[in-house]
Design a protein around this ligand. Structure first.
Ligand SMILES: [Fe+2]
Length: 304
């Protein structure tokens, strides 16, 4: 993976050893991913994580619910919605052709109505993930260079950093899905910082930051946001009732913590770049520590 680092108006493109040195310089900003320079932001809310395809995971039960969820998303302002059914070894054995078939049928049933629906999957960490990705059995988001990656519920699996590196060698940038719901990360949100340093992006869920999964999840979401460790906000919608589509409440909650422009970027500019396979700017994480703040790793106190 090529990583671009800028400092004082200068641009450096390198693999990780040089990146590490460049990031040690004051004012460094990291861009993750690959591809040409970014296009202008054309507007429109994008939701990169939903379980709208019926009958293939624990999401929508049937086409009626799928279409109801799509209408709800559109009414909330979502212009583009990624269908990301679970792929979990031994539980949800979805593969790209099956997902594409359902997606094509959904497009037909929508008949051109919003939202535009996009290919994806939420892929649980597993031993055969790399092999299945290489064969095309697992789809990336919009068929480009980002993969929505799900951690187990309770642990950060050993070897995750190695998996991240191996994905990057294949030209794929992982996006960690809703880490605020992982028990281990709830206890130690700073575990995300070295993963971000390795080049991953982080997606938190709108209902989490809005407090609809409880206080512990909300508090963890706030820590991640305020630590500049969240790059995307998505719905992770599962149904029309208890886990519905829509991002507006999450954006409102996030805006109170990080400002409106930054919150909006998490549902517009950043996911657009992901869908196009373009690099994404990643600020250095900042970990709050007993009333003071410091930048993680070797970014040095006093950095941006
Ligand atoms: Fe999900």
């Amino acid at each position: 993976m090529t990583v671009t680092v800028t400092r004082d108006g200068k641009i450096f493109r390198s693999r990780s050893p040089v990146l590490h040195a460049a990031l040690a310089m004051p004012g460094a900003i990291c861009y993750s991913g690959r591809g040409p320079d970014p296009p202008e932001d054309s507007g429109g809310v994008i939701d990169l994580h939903s379980h709208i395809l019926p009958g293939i995971d624990d999401g929508a039960r049937d086409w009626d619910e799928t279409l109801r969820m799509c209408r709800m998303a559109a009414e909330d302002g979502v212009k583009t919605l990624a269908a990301t059914p679970h792929i979990v070894e031994g539980l949800y054995l979805n593969e790209t052709p099956q997902i594409v078939d359902r997606l094509d049928e959904l497009r037909h049933r929508l008949g051109g109505a919003a939202p535009e629906v996009i290919l994806g999957a939420e892929v649980r960490v597993s031993a055969n993930l790399l092999e299945r990705l290489a064969t095309g059995a697992i789809p990336t988001l919009n068929g480009r260079s980002y993969l929505l990656l799900e951690l187990p519920y309770d642990i950060v699996p050993p070897g995750l950093d190695r998996l991240i590196f191996q994905l990057q060698v294949q030209g794929v940038t992982p996006i960690i899905a809703n880490p605020e719901r992982n028990l281990r990360i709830q206890q130690h949100p700073d575990l995300l910082a070295p993963l971000i340093h390795c080049g991953v992006l982080v997606q938190i869920t709108a209902m989490s930051i809005a407090g609809e999964f409880g206080e512990r999840v909300r508090a963890c979401s706030e820590t991640i946001l305020q630590g500049r460790m969240a790059h995307l906000l998505a719905s992770d919608a599962h149904n029309a009732a208890k886990r519905p589509p829509g991002l507006s409440r999450g954006v409102e909650a996030a805006a109170k913590l990080i400002g409106r422009e930054a919150a909006k970027a998490m549902v517009s500019e950043t996911p657009r770049r992901v869908l196009e396979g373009l690099p994404v700017e990643i600020p250095a994480p900042v970990i709050e520590e007993k009333g003071t703040s410091r930048c993680w790793w070797f970014f040095g106190k006093g950095n941006e």
